[in-house]
Design a protein around this ligand. Sequence first.
Ligand SMILES: [Zn+2]
Length: 380
Amino acid sequence: MLFNDIIGQHEVKQRLLQSVKENRVSHAQLFLGSTGSGSLSMAIAYAQYISCTNKQSNDSCGNCKSCVKYTKLIHPDLHFAYPVALSKEVRTSTNVIQLWREAVLSNSYLTLNDWFDLLEAENKQPVIGTEESAEILRKLSLTTFESEYKIMIIWMAEKMNTSAANKLLKILEEPPDKTVFMLVCENEDLLLRTIISRTQLVKIKKIDRESLEHALVSKNNLSLSDAKNIVNLCDGNYGTALKLIGENENAESNLISFQDWMRACLKFDMQKINTLLNEFSALSRERQKNYIAYCLHIVRECIMINYADKNLVQVTENEKSFLKKFSPFINAGNCLQFNDELNKAYMHIERNAHPKILFMDISFKFNELLNLKTPQPADQ
Ligand SMILES: [Zn+2]
């Protein structure tokens, strides 16, 4: 990770670069920033710069032996600790290091939710436990392999439980020579005061509008007007921006699937339902949830059209023309059940329900609901 890969945050980059140039790298630092601001990326870029053997004035070289290992996050003197879902097999970060590397390399702005989705452990509590602390101490007791410094990045440090945190107090106060701790944290209120007092604060602000717009145009190929729209919605959070881009891309295909599904349910076209069911179950769990959330959005907009202020309806042109025909099917007699069924489906997907059974059940239900006699809004 180069400083150059990080969106905005110019002041912090300069300060960190300066600390290396002046040989005053603090042994314990707290990278504090809200979700999606890039604190983890910043810690990794800083670590890479410390370790780079051909430092440029504003960034790591990207080519030396150390940098090459850093681009794969496999440098032997770079260590990570992060929350995991404890189980028989998973006791510490080391047990899921491969998945962690892939996750961070594909999106270093990842959130704790993203990480737990990847671990398929959404319902478990993310924790950095006591065994992790022991593992951290063990890793730092090793001599360095290739670098002058050993670096330990603890991501979401606020997820350390009290005994894990207490175990680290001593080493944070008197770390072994040439060891740097980088604690990455979103909410310092959840960190022990004794931990905070032993670290030097590196405050990461939300990403400024201009840098974020520029990144969305150059990295994500958005038009300037689309980029501006997303910046208005994402509050300096690049993670949210990425999600919104994904949702926009999905919206069109979601609409087509929803139209097909409702037509098939209305007539109970088994063949079509089967095709859609196969398509649905082939999606990742996240995309299934995204689709159900989209269906909920459409149902809500139908209710708004029928019973509330039409001016509050937020739909695209394509959705608008579909809803002209479809909204009468969502009425006082069935709208609550529609909503209820979709909410339940969302919850069941989160809990690992079998997608085919779920989709079939809900299709039966929708056939019933869509064929209920339609009371007109004026009758209510
Ligand atoms: Zn280098």
